[in-house]
Ligand binder design. Structure first.
Ligand code: ZN
Length: 332
């Protein structure tokens, strides 16, 4: 049965956000946050700071990509026939709705930061990123740790709330040098490796994967060794192994959507590096802003991972039997 209620609510919420944004912005945005530049100057993300409703117009509007991606997910879920599909990313399941809503939220979250240059904007931008990135790795751990749906949502809600309060009153690193978004990327990949290759030995070894992920983002093991106090959070690389008490009862198909997601995000990140005021490629008055492209490609990544999670299928008796046959065959 098709239902458009979640899609309608999301469209309504996006519309209400736009109205509120304009209503608040008509009186100006007040004084900018300490790390933002004055009107007419080049912003942190290269684009020149404008007066009016949008401080960085192209960068702010580039966030519409997330709204489009999230609404497309809700539309897909609304059309799903769920009978005979034991997959939590088909139909209006709690986790699928959470994922799609978090993708939509990335749009306004980040647009407020680029549009208003306020502390509130920076806070809600980071909050939206954390609210998204926690989902895939907590979802994996909920499967590998055999959590109930209630446990998953309690842990997710608590972490989002803790981050929101911690950022507001202390700072983005929560006063303990923890960048929850960045660390979550590594923890997610580690949980994905455990999902695919779970074994008791892998529970111990999977933490090492985190160093590979950190390396991709420019942090080398020797840097970490030189300042262990600053990089204490590498201990969290072993959190998935600790909590993944069981193998996954299902399999996922990685080609093409997992790789679409990973590829889009890595290209987006490479472009993000060029989208700063200091970079020689910065053209503050261009209509094409590297940071806006980062937003659009990141939106493609959220779509890729959504499609990837939909490929999950239970390990059937037949495929288990094939595995046993394979194992006994190779032992001979
Ligand atoms: Zn941004």
């Amino acid at each position: 049965m098709q239902s458009w209620t979640p899609t309608r609510i999301a469209v309504g919420a996006a519309g209400a956000f736009a109205l509120l944004y304009v209503a608040f912005g008509l009186n100006g945005w007040g004084s900018p946050a300490a790390n933002e530049q004055a009107i007419g100057e080049i912003s942190r993300w290269c684009e020149r700071v404008h007066k009016g409703l949008l401080r960085e117009p192209v960068n702010a509007l580039g966030n519409l990509g997330f709204v489009v991606a999230g609404l497309a997910m809700l539309r897909t879920l609304g059309r799903d026939a769920t009978i005979g599909r034991p997959n939590q990313f088909f139909g209006h399941t709690p986790v699928a709705l959470l994922y799609a809503s978090a993708a939509v939220f990335l749009g306004p979250g980040s647009a407020v930061m680029h549009g208003t240059h306020t502390f509130f904007g920076a806070w809600i931008d980071n909050l939206s990123m954390v609210a998204y990135i926690l989902i895939p790795w907590l979802f994996n751990l909920s499967i590998l740790g055999r959590w109930t749906s209630r446990t998953f949502f309690t842990i997710y809600g608590s972490l989002v709330l803790l981050y929101a309060v911690g950022y507001w009153f202390i700072g983005p690193d929560l006063g303990i040098g923890l960048e929850l978004f960045d660390v979550s990327i590594a923890v997610w990949i580690i949980s994905e490796v455990l999902y695919r290759f779970w074994s008791p030995a892998m529970r111990v070894g999977s933490g090492l994967v985190g160093f590979g992920v950190a390396f991709l983002f420019g942090i080398t093991p020797s840097q970490m060794l030189a300042a262990p106090g600053e990089y204490w959070w590498v201990a969290l690389f072993w959190l998935p192994g600790l909590l993944a008490t069981h193998p996954a009862p299902a399999t996922r198909r990685y080609t093409p959507w997992f790789w679409v997601g990973v590829g889009a995000f890595l290209i987006a990140y490479a472009i993000w590096l060029t989208g700063t005021a200091q970079h020689p490629w910065c053209r503050p008055d261009s209509l094409i802003q590297a940071h806006a492209v980062w937003h659009l490609l990141s939106a493609v990544a959220t779509w890729g991972f959504f499609k990837f999670l939909r490929t999950e299928a239970p390990v059937t008796a037949g495929s288990q039997l094939a595995g046993v046959r394979h194992q006994s065959g190779s032992s001979r």
